[in-house]
Design a protein. Structure first.
Length: 432
């Protein structure tokens, strides 16, 4: 579908104020903001450059083509587009695209945004504006406009739930909107209810909840979902665009049981990412995936059997290795998810919610994985590995050993040295 924003050439500032604008991504014609209309009129009058037409054509998911027609009393020599993507970020980022055109007093310029390099999810918002300059140095900057990178191949319906544990009814922090195009409203409501259950469980387990609005796009099948991605993998069934707080997932109404677990998994990734978003550090993969898998509910029997078999055959993957991205091999990947679930379950069962939230906070502040574990639990990655493996063998009691034991042989040698020194002092006093 082609969507354009039209900006007519008007001779009277009053008409500029009253002229309608179409915001890309919406069908409704909305009135321009009066202030921006007056500002544009003043800029055009001052610069001598006039915008005749401005638009954007979206071909989802491949590209967005921005076009501009402008005129001046002298040749226009420079036209460029500036844009900013609405996403979680540490600093404001403005990108620039140089439009192609032939210099003249009236030009038609265009710039194509190749989405193979951007990988925007459906529904992503982009703010953009044009900069135009003519041969004598006159410059014009158009008011910002908003484009939504919508997947218009389907007729989407939507339902929204507000106040998901982030401050009560009406809170925007926890707002979740679910879009779907196949299945009844009860199907969509069932998925949204599962999201609420998953968020409640996540809050109970680690004490965190969404602080940004979340969008969920439910495609009718994994194949439809893959058609919305530029470079999809054949096994892709769902993906969390964490920086955009957006989930795209393929769930057929007949596969809702699998879909609900997968949806909670991806939702957990979004919320944990929001809670730990920082320029200083990131989560080890086993913790990120372990929290998402744990929040789905009980570990699937197939994954549990893999975990038990690997433990019996001494084929468990080290926790140190699980800090990095998981293997692409199917067998190792499934075992990695099973182990990650078990590691998170071990920490929550033995140390509780407060310690887990503290661990996430310390990692967000930039601590190394070892320092974070030592500071919160009293043992490093190898210490966690040893204690967790002992529970799989049935060697460790239900309650974890005291934290002071976690510091290993160094404390033991220090204690022995103190005892030897004390015995020596007492012997010396006896001889005196």
């Amino acid at each position: 579908m082609i969507r354009r924003t039209a900006l007519a050439v008007l001779t009277l500032p009053l008409l500029l104020v009253l002229a309608p604008c179409v915001v890309a991504g919406h069908d409704a014609v909305l009135p321009c903001d009066a202030d921006s209309g007056v500002a544009l009129a003043a800029q055009q009058a001052a610069s001598g450059i006039t915008v005749i037409d401005s638009g954007v054509e979206i071909r989802f998911p491949e590209e967005a083509r921005f076009t501009l027609e402008a005129q001046s009393a002298t040749d226009i020599v420079d036209v460029r587009l500036r844009y900013s993507v609405d996403r979680m970020r540490h600093i404001e980022v403005v990108s620039e695209g140089w439009a192609g055109f032939e210099p003249a007093d009236t030009v038609e310029a265009s710039w194509v945004w190749d989405m193979r390099k951007a990988s925007l999810p459906p529904g992503a918002g982009v703010t953009y504006w044009w900069l135009v300059e003519d041969a004598v140095g006159n410059k014009l900057e158009t008011p910002p406009e908003t484009m939504r990178f919508d997947d218009d191949r389907y007729q989407w319906q939507s339902i929204t739930a507000s106040g998901f544990l982030a401050g009560g009814e009406g809170s925007q922090g926890g707002e979740v909107t679910l879009y779907w195009y196949q299945g009844s409203e009860s199907f969509a409501r069932e998925l949204l209810d599962e999201c609420e259950t998953g968020l409640a469980r996540l809050t109970e387990d680690i004490g965190t909840y969404p602080d940004r609005p979340i969008q969920i796009y439910v495609y009718a099948s994994p194949r439809d979902l893959q058609g919305a991605m530029v470079f999809p993998h054949e096994w892709t069934g769902g993906v969390a665009f964490t920086e955009f707080s957006t989930i795209a997932i393929g769930i057929a109404p007949a596969q809702r049981d699998w879909g609900k677990r997968a949806l909670v998994h991806e939702l957990t990734h979004l919320v944990v990412h929001q809670a730990t978003f920082s320029p200083y550090g990131q989560l080890p993969t086993w913790l990120d995936e372990g929290l998402a898998t744990y929040n789905e509910g009980a570990l699937l029997p197939e994954l549990r059997s893999r975990l038990e078999r690997a433990a019996d055959e001494d084929r468990l993957i080290s926790v140190r290795s699980l800090c990095s991205p998981f293997s692409a091999e199917s067998e190792k990947a499934r075992l990695s998810y099973a182990q990650s679930y078990s590691l998170v379950a071990y920490l929550l069962d033995n140390y509780g919610q407060d310690r887990m939230l503290e661990l996430l906070t310390v990692l967000k502040e930039g601590s190394t994985y070892d320092d974070a574990l030592i500071g919160v639990y009293g043992f490093d990655i190898e210490g966690l590995d040893a204690r967790w493996r002992a529970t799989l063998s049935g060697l460790e009691p239900a309650n974890s050993p005291p934290v002071w034991l976690s510091y290993g042989p160094a404390l033991l040698f220090a204690a022995l040295a103190m005892v030897v020194a004390l015995v020596g002092v007492l012997a010396f006093r006896r001889r005196r």
